[in-house]
Write a protein that binds this ligand. Structure first.
Ligand SMILES: Cc1cc2nc3c(=O)[nH]c(=O)nc-3n(C[C@H](O)[C@H](O)[C@H](O)COP(=O)(O)O)c2cc1C
Length: 233
């Protein structure tokens, strides 16, 4: 298990950030509604431009979660790539270094679970695991009014990070999932998200399987001097 993976509750923000990772294998152990409510209440203290608080959240657990997961599993047989995206997940002309980074994370993830480069069916199957929330007992959707723009999407990101760190403080893990934006029609069927809201992402929430190979994925980061400049110190 790589060093930074921890299923313990995080005692500090630094620890929470350093032990947060996208977990893709969860235990079935339930998460109490009160814990999810508390996470969302504290996360709502996140900053947002003009204090717009543009985030909307739909939380599914138990039978409500299972009903959506079951329906999508069935529909995936006919349309494995979903119902049409809510938005363009990546720019069409993804340049370097972004293209390479995206490829690297996929390569490392598939290697961990023994899926070969040319195993297209295996890759589709692994991608499909998104739509069971990687077995997490709680699934959330973060949506936003369609008339909001890039600044409000950044507010969603801040809010999402708060959720992920608050989860770590409780010994929980998460996986943010843009992949769910491919299933907007089905999601709307099983939640109260209206057409005039765009579904930004799903979030799996639960307790990580500590020894699952896929949870060993420890993604790289560019060093500070590659993305920051300093003057005047
Ligand atoms: C907004 C957002 C959407 C993401 N969507 C997915 C997804 O659909 N499926 C998935 O397995 N991982 C998804 N990820 C996880 C990224 O692949 C992951 O954050 C990145 O590779 C860095 O790894 P780490 O989170 O383990 O540090 C998403 C992350 C973010 C922030």
């Amino acid at each position: 298990m790589s060093e930074s993976f921890s299923t313990e509750a995080s005692p500090s923000v630094s620890h929470a950030i350093q032990t947060r990772r996208s977990v893709r294998a969860f235990l079935p152990d339930p998460v109490a509604e009160s814990d999810v409510r508390e996470i969302l209440e504290i996360a709502s203290r996140s900053a947002s431009g003009g204090n717009l608080q543009p985030w909307k959240v739909s939380v599914l657990a138990g039978a409500a979660r299972d009903a959506l997961v079951g329906a999508v599993a069935e529909r995936m047989l006919a349309t494995p790539f979903g119902e049409g995206p809510e938005y363009d997940i990546y720019p069409h002309d993804l340049t370097e270094p972004y293209h390479g980074r995206r490829g690297q994370v996929a390569k490392d993830m598939y290697a961990l679970v023994g899926i070969e480069r040319d195993d297209a069916a295996g890759r589709v199957r692994q991608m499909g695991r998104n739509f069971s929330f990687f077995d997490a007992p709680v699934g959330m959707f973060i949506s936003i009014d369609r008339n909001m723009g890039p600044p409000q999407f950044s507010d969603l990101g801040i809010f999402l990070q708060s959720i992920m760190l608050l989860a770590r403080e409780r010994g929980l893990h998460t996986c943010p999932q843009e992949a769910w934006s491919l299933w907007g029609k089905s999601i709307r069927e099983f939640t109260d998200i209206p057409e005039d809201e765009l579904i930004f992402c799903g979030v799996s929430l639960g307790y990580a399987v500590p020894d699952a190979a896929i949870n060993d994925l420890y993604t790289g980061r560019a060093p500070v001097d590659e993305f920051a400049t300093f003057k005047g110190f």
